[in-house]
Design a protein around this ligand. Structure first.
Ligand code: AMP
Length: 195
């Protein structure tokens, strides 16, 4: 199963993606996590991305695509993946579709977690206090929500137009949201789920 997972920062996407990963035994590929690992390891890519990320801006399409292609070519991604944080704009969406066509691995479904801005701001504020991620600062979160609306929402519209988008209500208990997500996945049978 090849899944693109949408939702703004703080929508609960990371938590839910981990659950899908465990249930379907497919890797959770988060471009944000890959970039944070590069920053931590101070690789050339990480050094370039650090300031951009801290300001809540998007890292260049070219840098992220190269990093993603390397990850998708790893053997564990052959049986499927949950892509989290990519594509973030229409150029990335076009690049992803071309890359997956080359790899002969078309997407099965795009899941969009719907969470109102007020809930996002509250969750990020809480996380800012405990995890101290600079991009969870409330002013930065607002900027990221604007970028999401301007650049990422059109990507969801694209998946809607080609009939691959499923909306999932992301408000509520974590288990309940997981149930809604599994109900939205085009699973062949229950045997696909290792629960
Ligand atoms: P995330 O953890 O997905 O919220 O990503 C954290 C930050 O990493 C973002 O605010 C961007 O600066 C950068 N980032 C992650 N994914 C992408 C992407 N697909 N394109 C550009 N920048 C990205």
């Amino acid at each position: 199963m090849r899944i693109v997972f949408f939702g703004p920062n703080g929508s609960g996407k990371g938590t839910q993606a981990e659950r899908i990963k465990n249930a379907l035994q497919i890797p959770h590929i988060s471009t944000g996590d890959l970039l944070r690992a590069a920053v931590k390891a101070a690789t050339p890519l990480g050094l370039k991305a650090k300031e951009v990320m801290a300001a809540g801006q998007l890292v260049s399409d070219e840098m992220v695509l190269g990093m993603l292609e390397d990850r998708l070519r790893e053997p564990d991604a052959r049986k499927g993946f949950i892509l989290d944080g990519y594509p973030r704009n229409l150029a990335q969406c076009t690049a992803l579709e071309a890359l997956l066509a080359r790899l002969n691995q078309p997407l099965d479904v795009a899941i969009k977690l719907d969470v109102p801005d007020s809930a996002i701001l509250a969750r990020c504020e809480l996380r800012f206090k405990t995890e101290h991620r600079p991009d969870d600062d409330p002013a930065i979160v607002r900027k990221r929500l604007d970028i999401y609306r301007e650049q990422t929402a059109p990507v969801a519209e694209h998946f809607e137009q080609i009939g691959k988008l499923r909306h999932v209500d992301g408000v509520g208990d974590v288990d309940e949201v997981s149930r809604r997500i599994f109900a939205a996945l085009p699973l062949q049978s229950n045997t696909e789920v290792a629960r």
